[in-house]
Ligand binder design. Structure first.
Ligand SMILES: Nc1ncnc2c1ncn2[C@@H]1O[C@H](COP(=O)(O)OP(=O)(O)OP(=O)(O)O)[C@@H](O)[C@H]1O
Ligand SMILES: [Mg+2]
Length: 596
């Protein structure tokens, strides 16, 4: 330490302006974290220059060399040199330009930052001028000369961090750096599908992506058509917010590695809020703990988002985050809720795709009689001699009803006592009766557990259950929840239970069997977190209580099931994520009949 900066020396100045080379290296630390950051910045510059084709070539995971070539506007000689100075940018001029900036770059930082910690070469030519080659190292231009090349720019970066030993130490192995580069290229490929991209590693071509007409096509080009078929289309607009993309079918979640890509106004970003909102839409279709793959583009008004909040531009800040997240969640839920009998069919205009959200009022038997439901064939017929006590049935909060003035019900046909079939707008539609009823009951039971509106049916003859020790323990642990669901149960010394009230999902409901099977499924579930236990119990009872494949349904029962299903929030999937509904599109039928 020099004498003049000795803190002990009285009156001496202790603050000094850093030499610019040091300042540049410090700034570089924020922008250039690893080879992949270089690739990202260079590709973004190419895109900003209007490139339609970009070739990325790296050696040794980017540790030796990275080269990005484009067919963009290129630069004249003066600009090519100026581009390496800090705060030199062609993209904004005054601070106000930052609001709603549409280009990737805006700081004039990337090239000088990269240059300060590497050996860099720019070869560039604009449409009219001769080509230029600039060589620089450690932030200093070494020579500039003419070079013949077609319009566009090639930037080569060699020996990253060669002059910054502290940074060099943090560089990972070639494989790990290569993986990060692939990830950076992939997220550009997903957000800018109009651009042709190639990626070469150690002389081997790894990726060749032609321009793609859709996200699904890009996904197919990246990971194969089979992979692309796992996804459902998302596309919703609300106000100035648009959410589009692809989300994994619930049934496929967890069966392949998880990938999540989010872009905001065309910039790939990390945004846990958006991801969480999308995941919330899956609630109840997939087990807690497994997480879906997501590819989401969020577009908001340009002035509703601040892109200048993160040194590597990996995050953005929303002026109004919460409403945007709501749109994301609703859009994803709607995508999950539509029929998904093959990715080829478009969004069907079918009541399931936009169920009314309000809760159906509880309807008692008397009201139903007055509205003319044929009780002798209805869902409310008391066919189980044990579950009759009509005097008390006013309290039955039976939302099942056939008076669905809000849901148009088409003619329905039961096939193999398993499926309901009807004519939808987009084609022939089949509903799996068990899965559908399971979804209806699950949502009703979750309502009972969270809002405490339990439908209950008093039994004329209470059921006595004798349990094994494990089942008895499972019951004791879930006792409060059972009661909330509408079971009235007394423990009767040790392992005997007396059940005097049950929720009544349908007349064939076998309360005894349902309870036994549920308790059996719950044994060993002791360590589940409380929130999951709610869902687990509701799902288990729904599964055990639902009508089964093989149960013959009356026309009124079919209509009631249809109306109830269309009122659920996620009608197209059961609680295990399997489809409840399958559609054979008119197109497909016409193809099969040779009409097309
Ligand atoms: N591939 C390219 N083709 C044409 N011009 C380029 C290219 N790369 C860089 N430039 C020019 O060099 C300038 C500096 O690039 P640099 O990446 O350092 O800054 P920026 O893109 O303006 O802002 P940011 O630091 O936010 O990326 C750009 O503004 C642009 O004019
Ligand atoms: Mg840039």
């Amino acid at each position: 330490m020099s004498a003049s900066r000795d803190p002990a020396a009285p009156g001496a100045s202790r603050i000094a302006v850093l030499p610019s080379a040091v300042a540049d290296q410090i700034a570089a630390g924020e922008v250039v974290e690893r080879p992949a950051s270089v690739v990202k910045e260079l590709i973004e510059n190419a895109l900003d220059a209007g490139a339609t084709s970009i070739d990325v070539d790296v050696e040794d995971g980017g540790r030796q060399r990275m080269r990005v070539s484009d067919d963009g506007t290129g630069m004249g000689r003066d600009d090519a040199m100026l581009a390496l100075s800090r705060h030199a940018t062609s993209k904004i001029q005054v601070a106000a330009d930052l609001v709603g900036v549409a280009s990737f770059g805006f700081r004039g930082e990337a090239l000088p930052a990269i240059c300060s910690v590497s050996q860099l070469e720019i070869e560039t030519a604009s449409a009219d001028g001769a080509g230029t080659r600039v060589r620089a190292a450690g932030g200093t231009i070494q020579d500039t000369r003419e070079a013949a090349r077609r319009r566009g720019t090639t930037v080569s970066v060699a020996h990253l961090f060669y002059n910054a030993p502290a940074r060099l130490k943090f560089m990972r192995g070639a494989r790990s750096e290569w993986r990060a580069i692939m990830d950076a290229v992939t997220s550009v490929a997903l957000t800018r599908r109009d651009v042709r991209l190639t990626l070469t590693h150690d002389g081997k071509n790894v990726l060749t992506l032609p321009p793609a007409s859709s996200l699904r096509a890009r996904l197919g080009a990246l990971w194969g058509g089979r992979y692309a078929e796992r996804f459902l289309d998302v596309d919703d607009v609300r106000g100035a917010t648009r959410v589009s993309g692809l989300v994994e079918r619930p049934a496929d979640v967890g069966t392949a590695g998880r990938r999540v890509y989010v872009s905001v106004n065309g910039r790939a970003v990390r945004d846990t809020g958006i991801v969480r909102a999308a995941e919330a839409a899956y609630k109840s279709t997939i087990p807690a703990g497994v997480r879906p793959s997501l590819y989401l583009d969020v577009e908001v008004a340009a002035d509703a988002v601040d892109v200048n909040v993160h040194p590597a531009k990996a995050e953005v800040r929303f002026r109004d985050r919460w409403p945007m997240e709501r749109v994301v969640e609703d859009a994803v839920r709607r995508a999950l809720g539509t029929l998904d009998a093959g990715a080829a069919i478009g969004r069907p205009a079918f009541p399931f795709s936009a169920p009314p959200r309000d809760e159906p009022p509880a309807v008692d038997l008397e009201t139903l009689r007055q509205t003319g439901v044929p009780m002798d064939e209805g869902l409310f017929q008391q066919s189980d001699s044990r579950t009759v006590d009509e005097s008390d049935s006013r309290t039955v909060g039976q939302p099942d009803r056939d008076t669905a003035e809000d849901v148009p019900i088409p003619p329905l046909l039961q096939l193999r006592r398993t499926y309901l079939m009807f004519e939808g707008d987009g084609g022939v539609v089949l509903i799996d009766q068990h899965s559908a009823h399971e979804r209806v009951l699950y949502e009703r039971f979750m309502g009972a557990l969270t809002r405490g509106e339990a439908p209950a049916q008093r039994l004329l003859f209470p059921i006595t259950l004798h349990l094994g020790p494990a089942e008895a323990e499972a019951f004791e642990e879930n006792r409060a929840l059972f009661e909330q669901l509408g079971f009235e149960i007394e423990g009767f010394g040790g392992h005997t239970l007396i059940v005097s009230s049950v929720p009544m999902p349908h007349p064939r409901f076998d309360a005894e069997r349902c309870l036994r099977e549920t308790l059996d499924a719950l044994t060993g579930d002791r360590f589940a977190a409380a929130a999951q236990r709610h869902e687990r119990l509701a799902a288990t009872i729904a599964c055990k209580a639902a009508i089964k494949a093989g149960d013959a349904l009356s026309p009124a029962e079919m209509r009631a099931l249809f109306a109830d299903l269309s009122r659920t929030t996620l009608p197209a999937h059961d609680v295990h994520g399997r489809s409840t509904v399958v559609q054979l599109s008119w197109d497909e039928l016409e193809r099969r009949f040779g009409r097309q």
